[in-house]
Design a protein around this ligand. Structure first.
Ligand code: ATP
Length: 195
């Protein structure tokens, strides 16, 4: 079974594209959602987080998100440290999850595939492209946040042009090209590759 990565910048439309693959019956692993869950359920990861960030990182075994967020959003190194703990755990979990699926291919939707080097575990990567101004606008509307906040979140991601060059396939979600036909075509192509 093929393992497909699906990535793109904040607000590019990764989750929207992922839902279109789900309509075709393709199982999708949402790395962001899974990572949040794993931080409360993976015991090894939990111990590592407590070791580096202190016992206050958990309250009654539940992740203390506010406490951790206050630390990592003020300190770039601490954010990198947290990512370096959570990322391998998510990659392991995604691989376990993908290997349990029975579809011809599965999709892993994640913002930081190239940044974390996790493309090595995947057969192909789809990059979703949208121009920066559109991505900012979409994210401001979706999350009800201001432009500065969006730009802050974008800072940890590699340049969009580089990301598009690294991808094996590109989906243009730029309001110039229709999204659904592109996903339909790619789905057929991936079914062929999976044979
Ligand atoms: P993030 O990395 O922040 O999770 P994302 O890449 O997953 O973002 P989405 O959440 O899929 O992006 O899209 C961002 C917003 O833009 C959402 O509110 C979504 O509904 C909207 N959007 C995405 N693509 C389109 C489109 N083609 N037409 C209209 N709205 C769109």
């Amino acid at each position: 079974m093929l393992k497909i990565g699906l990535t793109g910048g904040i607000g590019s439309g990764k989750s929207t594209v992922a839902r279109l693959f789900e309509i075709h019956g393709i199982p999708v692993y949402y790395a962001d959602t899974a990572a949040k869950e794993i931080m409360s359920t993976d015991e090894v990861l939990q111990q590592q987080i407590i070791h580096h960030f202190g016992a206050n990182a958990y309250v009654n075994n539940n992740l203390n998100r506010k406490y951790l967020a206050d630390i990592v959003f003020k300190d770039k190194d601490k954010l990198a440290l947290l990512n370096s703990l959570v990322h391998p755990a998510t990659v392991r979990d995604a691989m376990r999850w993908m290997s349990r699926q029975t579809a011809p291919y599965t999709v892993k939707e994640a913002a930081l595939i190239f940044e974390s080097g996790s493309q090595a575990e995947l057969d192909y990567v789809i990059a979703v492209y949208a121009p920066k101004t559109l991505r900012i606008h979409r994210t401001m509307q979706r999350d009800r946040i201001d432009r500065e906040e969006v730009l802050k979140r974008m800072k940890n991601q590699i340049d969009e042009e580089i990301k598009m060059r690294l991808g094996d396939f590109v989906i243009y979600n730029d309001e110039q090209q229709l999204l659904i036909p592109q996903v339909n075509r790619l789905h057929e192509q991936l079914l062929e590759l999976a044979k």
